[in-house]
Ligand binder design. Structure first.
Ligand code: 5GP
Ligand code: MN
Length: 321
């Protein structure tokens, strides 16, 4: 499939590289690394996300330089759109409006990918999309410098939980080893992302813990973050901290869920599992997607308690089977 992707790249003059809404580290890393790689390969290329980049990624200024918003790219004459890290077309937001008459290539690592491109390179065995981009750049003969190696490393680091999730396989360390030898700087990334927590996040965490509930002998832990709670600490919805990892880390918890209100009465539901439960199936059931150990969906509700019960009852029932 990588050869099909290269064929599409060689046929195109101008390329738009697009990521998904509610972008994460792997998404922005994949866009930025592919934009930089294709620039070095001699293409006219622009990166885009139809959403804001969260605050914790603002420490990496190269992202702002390489990734534009929708208004900036909507009139771009790109003849090829490469979509990275997005499992379904709704995940790219208004960038979907640009699909008509253009070739679409999808590069992704979600098993739930709907293969919505003309060419779909989907490898669910890859821990991150950033590693697929690394493979592609290398195959194109792109020379890596410190800047490109570091930004490419970002996606591998964040999607593996800094090299500790179950997706952290030998390929991760092989790729990381190469990226570090090309000048990739891990401590720059860890400092920017992990050692940079705003104090407001910790204050909000206290309120989040007050709302914490359990089900199934405390195997399911769940809570929510409302717009009012964010407002209390002056936190923007795009900067909602990823508390779901903190819940999963609790002893005995198999499934952790945080219902994050990001627009009035719209909840982005973030799910994580520890050892055996498949949360991607739950996400699919509620109209989202993701991985076995990390998945999500968005749902409208004017009653958060009811939504939480609906989702957690569904999970509790699945656990019994
Ligand atoms: P997170 O909980 O960090 O937002 O997302 C976890 C994983 O699930 C990510 O791989 C993300 O791409 C995927 N995911 C989250 N929300 C959605 C959604 O609404 N639709 C789809 N297709 N995937 C999602
Ligand atoms: Mn990813």
């Amino acid at each position: 499939m990588i050869d099909e992707v290269i064929k599409e790249i060689n046929r195109a003059d101008t390329i738009l590289v697009a990521g998904h809404i509610m972008p994460d580290g792997d998404d922005v890393s994949s866009i930025c690394s592919l934009v930089m790689g294709l620039e070095k390969y001699g293409k006219k290329v622009i990166g885009a996300i139809d959403d804001e980049i969260p605050g914790y990624l603002e420490e990496l200024p190269i992202l702002k330089e390489k990734i534009r918003d929708f208004d900036c790219v909507k009139n771009t004459p790109a003849d090829l759109i490469i979509i990275v890290d997005a499992s379904s077309p709704d995940r790219v937001g208004r960038i979907q409006e640009l699909f008509e008459y253009k070739r679409i290539v999808v590069i992704d690592h979600h098993a739930t990918n709907l293969n919505f491109g003309h060419v779909n390179w989907v490898d669910a065995t890859s821990a991150s999309t950033a590693q697929l981009v690394f493979k592609l750049n290398q195959k194109l003969g792109v020379k890596y410098d410190e800047e490109l190696a570091t930004i490419n490393l970002l996606g591998v680091a964040t999607d593996t939980g800094f090299f500790k999730y179950s997706n952290t396989n030998a390929q991760v360390f092989e790729d990381v080893s190469k990226l570090v030898s090309f000048g990739g700087n891990i401590s720059y990334i860890t400092n920017a992302i992990l050692e940079n927590k705003p104090i407001e996040n910790v204050l909000l965490f206290k309120d989040v813990i007050e709302n914490l509930k359990f089900k199934k002998d405390k195997k399911i832990a769940y809570t929510y973050v409302s717009l009012d709670m964010l407002k209390k600490y002056n936190i923007l919805p795009k900067n909602t901290p990823p508390f779901v990892g903190d819940l999963r880390s609790l002893k005995g918890v198999e499934v952790a869920i945080v219902f994050n209100e990001h627009e009035k009465n719209v909840f982005h539901t973030s799910m994580r599992s520890k050892k055996y439960f498949d949360v991607s199936e739950v996400a699919l059931h509620f109209g989202g997607g993701g991985h076995v150990r990390a998945a999500g969906f968005s749902k409208e509700s004017d009653n958060i308690e009811k939504l939480m019960e609906e989702v957690t009852d569904y999970i509790a029932e699945k656990m019994e089977k």
